[in-house]
Design a protein. Sequence first.
Length: 433
Amino acid sequence: MFLKTVLADGTAEHAVLREMKARAAGARGDIEQTVRAIMDDVQARGFDAVCEYAEKFDKQKPYLVGRELLERAYDSCEPGLIAALEKAAANIRDYHEQMLAKSWQWQRAPGETLGQTVRGLSRVGLYVPGGTAAYPSSVLMNAIPAKVAGVGELIMVTPPTENMSKEVLAAAKIAGVDTVIAVGGVQAVAALTFGAGFIPQVDKIVGPGNAFVAAAKKLAYGTVDIDMIAGPSEVLVIADHTADPTYVAADLLSQAEHDRLASAVLLTDSMAQAQAISCEMERQGKQMPRWDIIRESVQNYGCAIVFEELADACRVADQVAPEHLEIVTAEPREWLPYLHNAGAIFLGGYAPEPLGDYMAGPCHVLPTSGTARFFSPLSTDTFLKKTSVIEYTRDALAGYANDIIALAEAEHLNAHANSIAVRFQEETEDAES
């Protein structure tokens, strides 16, 4: 069959899934070595180094993209595309406004006031690839949650290609990006990390990129924050006998076309369904412009696993922790309590993965390669900084003074104990006298 199919027996399915996970190995050592050299050079020499690498790789020095160019890009796009981008932007904004964390305050007891301030980061850098990987939807998905979170300044960097994507620039205008700078590659990440010339240092860098950009973001972490290190795209579909093979096949192909390392996995309790979906994938795939990429990704990293019970399929899905998880069954919501690890879960035959990629509202920047076990999707939380607030009266502190002193002395931190004791020294002296 076109889609490699195995019967789950406790061993075979795990062997297949191990092969799939192996594709997400980290950056090659030679890439990391090259990237580290550029990052170190930019840190040492600043804007001069950025310009040298930009001229070498981008063929021109970095420059600011004026607002008039964004306006022209917006006006030159097809009206239907602009309408779609505007509608997507509204949905993304509405969704993220619902989840925005707010500052709060709580009085636990008289004299004890606790709380948390929640603020947007001051400055964020958004990396947007150029060339064939220029995706306006990714601009919306990264920029709008940042703006909803209250980020003070959002700076987008993108390679200065000969014909910079008008769709990407239009999306930047719609999303409210504050500044666009034409600079790409490792030098762009380095400039945002350390600050260089008119490119300021940011607090956080988000956005997709190639292996060199991913390695640069990894090295930047600690000096600035990053969103995540994204691996190859992946989808896992749990389907029973009621699922339409045409729909499921189309959804699996929608991820397989991303690149040759993409993974499309089907879990089902029906061998007949697995066979029907495999045949439909081949039929539809051959009609796609990216058939060569689809065929290679499916042959190398696609599979169908047939279980006796869908509950077993859910357990395996939870171990995989996929980026995208579709449940296409008679009652998809009944399986939701069994599934804890996924970047995004799509319920039913009319919630296909591309709905999430473009229009539903939740961000399509999702954890990959099993990291959904501990990472969350990009959201307003990605761009927020939280600070604890503690306020006590003298009487409230007095109620805890002896306990704090006891804990501090147990840890041999006598200055900590003294910080409490000096506030009540007069009372202690009066009691002793």
